[in-house]
Design a protein. Structure first.
Length: 646
């Protein structure tokens, strides 16, 4: 007689459905299997396991943990039960796998105490944390809070938590902060700018400021030409030789990696950007120049990823040293011949801070590890610079072993690196936030610079009322919007004069052009008629600017022209009022206008496409697609584009 095991009855709405449908990936099996083979999932490169075993989990917890895995990695499935979690960013497999290990034990304890997960109260949570003997750390507390969050979207028949544990309090705070084993300064407090961060910033800025000179000499050596000695000013104000030809030959690519590390470190320190935001900085056109009171300022383009299902393009105001760092790193990538063939998954763009730029960094490391590696590279360059008195000493631990090491004439590099007090990304962000907060309207400015989603975040940093921050944030956004509007009006004034000269010459204006060009020409005609009704007392543009301003409010400036954004017409997929330039289709989209200042960008793109059609090393399909795109530009802009022989 053959015994057929009875399959456990599942209360999940996902029961019987293929995992490929639920996870959206080419994986085999169905939800009810007790062993899930996820090796076909694209995210398994970063995960620990390729197979998840639910058979050893108590039956009364199995559905809850299976649904947690699905809902955390596929957020759109939340809406089958609730809309409360709409817009949440998917978690990576490694994060959810880490949750499952601890939750199996912790949920079993809570279930045994309360009789069911639905019956668990705050008193039970407190007992679990303080009296159970399990001694949960902040990671396990955070996992429990995440489980309670996703429980809102679990199937109604599944036993799940119904009360949020410790609402409004983070798992990090409940778990006592970051473990001391990390050997770092407590990340819940800002760094001492004078004693700790100051020397690191001085060293990083020194490497960035001399980055182009180092690249000049590196390129000279590549061409078998003599590299000129690099003269610098030391901490005493004396001009000394930092590197001669032998020094360049000895250090070679290691020195380039140290410069790349300095570029990443300086950018993180002076922008306060999160790791994901640094990772999303595009390699192509990362900087945008604006004029403020006659002074050129720089905006760094990136994408806000945290907490969003779709990345949103943002801009960070950066000081000149960060603009210099971006320029140095852009050139360094070309000098090292690093191709733009990698893509940041969230945006589909080649990243500026390519992991291959920092010498010795393993290919699969995330940007957080690369920032740590970058600081190590800066420190490696600093050992010789500190010894020779070119930069101030770096902060070190205060103990007898460190004192003995520093007393040596030339301490071992590995030992010297081990005694340094190094910053990390979280500390850099928090320290920069505290510096910003000390200025007038600091919390409001920080809301814009750090892209916080909630006033409560700023309130926690600066200990001010959330309502005050929210009010100030609205005022700040209005001020920033007005500044950007002035930039758009400046561009419209210049283009109006181009249009006006064509009219006065009796030539039918062909600019503005593009899909929305006719509408913009009609706007200029209406403005011209309004101006003609009132004689100009002075030859200035004040009246013109006033008339154009009412048409400038919805316009965004792009590489290829103007985007008068309407989400119903947008082909880039943007929905929040800001076009996604990475997916812009300027010759198709009805929002887009080509102007005289951006014709060159279309010409360059057109010429590049034509060159691809002639490249026989390219696949035939790619050549045909390039030809179609070139023809599209020609149809859109006509003889405004110079067409060379095909």
């Amino acid at each position: 007689m053959t015994v057929i095991p009875l399959r456990r009855t599942s209360a999940s709405r996902f029961s019987g459905r293929p995992l490929a449908d639920l996870l959206g990936e080419p994986v085999s099996g169905v939800y009810d299997d007790d062993s899930w083979d996820i090796s076909g999932h694209r995210d398994t490169a970063s995960s620990v396991r390729r197979r998840l075993h639910f058979g050893g989990i108590p039956a009364h917890l199995r559905d809850a943990l299976k649904e947690l895995f699905i809902l955390a990695t596929r957020p759109f499935l939340h809406t089958e039960v609730t809309t409360e979690l709409t817009g949440r960013k998917p978690k990576d497999l490694k994060t959810v796998e880490r949750w499952l290990a601890g939750l199996t034990v912790d949920l079993a304890w809570l279930h045994a105490r309360a009789g069911s997960l639905a019956a668990v109260t705050q008193e039970d949570y407190d007992a679990w944390k303080d009296e159970s003997g399990l001694r949960p750390n902040y990671r396990r507390i955070s996992a429990l809070k995440s489980f309670a969050l996703y429980a809102r979207a679990m199937s109604p028949g599944v036993d799940r938590l119904t009360h949020e544990p410790w609402p409004g309090v983070s798992g990090l705070s409940l778990g006592g902060g970051v473990a001391a084993a990390r050997r770092r300064v407590n990340s819940t407090a800002p760094l001492s700018v004078a004693d700790v961060l100051g020397p690191w910033l001085t060293l990083g800025m020194f490497l960035v400021e001399h980055g182009h000179a180092i690249l000049d000499r590196h390129e000279a050596m590549q061409r078998n030409r003599a590299a000129q000695p690099l003269l610098v000013v030391d901490a005493q104000g004396r001009e000394v030789v930092w590197l001669d030809r032998d020094g360049f030959e000895a250090q070679g690519s290691e020195l380039l990696g140290q410069v790349a590390g300095a570029c990443l470190f300086v950018t993180a320190a002076f922008t306060g950007m999160r790791a994901t935001e640094l990772d999303a900085v595009p390699r192509h056109s990362p900087l945008e120049a604006i004029e403020v009171s006659g002074t050129t300022r720089w905006l760094l383009r990136s994408y806000l990823v945290k907490g969003l299902e779709r990345p949103r393009q943002e801009r960070w105001l950066v000081p000149p040293i960060v603009a210099d760092a971006v320029g140095v790193l852009t050139r360094l990538l070309d000098v090292k011949d690093v191709p733009p063939d990698r893509r940041f998954a969230a945006t589909g763009q080649a990243p500026l801070f390519d992991r291959r730029a920092v010498h010795g960094q393993r290919d699969g490391a995330r940007v957080t590890a690369r920032l740590e590696r970058a600081i190590d590279q800066v420190a490696r360059a600093g050992q010789d610079l500190v010894r020779r008195g070119i930069v101030p000493p770096l902060p070190v631990k205060d103990d007898a072993a460190t004192a003995a090491l520093l007393a040596a004439d030339r301490p071992d590099r590995a030992a010297w690196l081990a005694v340094l007090v190094k910053p990390d990304g979280r500390e850099l962000r928090r320290t920069f936030a505290r510096i910003v907060s000390a200025r007038p309207h600091g919390p409001q400015a920080a809301m814009e610079q750090f892209k916080w989603q909630h006033p409560e975040t700023a309130a926690g940093y600066f200990r001010v009322a959330p309502d005050a921050v929210a009010l100030g944030q609205r005022e700040l956004y209005e001020e920033v919007a007005e500044l950007y509007e002035n930039v758009v009006v400046d561009a419209m004034v210049d283009e109006f004069h181009v249009w006006e000269r064509a009219v006065e010459a009796g030539v039918g204006p062909r600019l503005p052009a593009g899909p929305d060009g006719r509408r913009k020409r009609d706007v200029f005609a209406a403005v011209h008629e309004a101006l003609s009704r009132e004689p100009r007392v002075e030859e200035d543009d004040r009246r013109l600017r006033m008339l154009l301003r009412q048409h400038a409010r919805g316009i965004r400036l792009t590489e290829f022209g103007w985007c008068d954004f309407d989400p119903d017409l947008a082909l880039c997929g943007a929905e929040d009022g800001t076009p996604l330039e990475a997916f812009c289709q300027p010759n198709r989209c009805l929002n887009h206008t080509t102007v005289s200042a951006t014709l060159a960008a279309h010409q360059v793109k057109h010429d590049r496409l034509l060159s691809l059609t002639r490249d026989r090393s390219m696949p035939k399909l790619a050549r045909e697609q390039a030809g179609e795109n070139a023809a599209l530009i020609e149809r859109d802009l006509g003889d405004l584009i110079e067409v060379q022989g095909r």
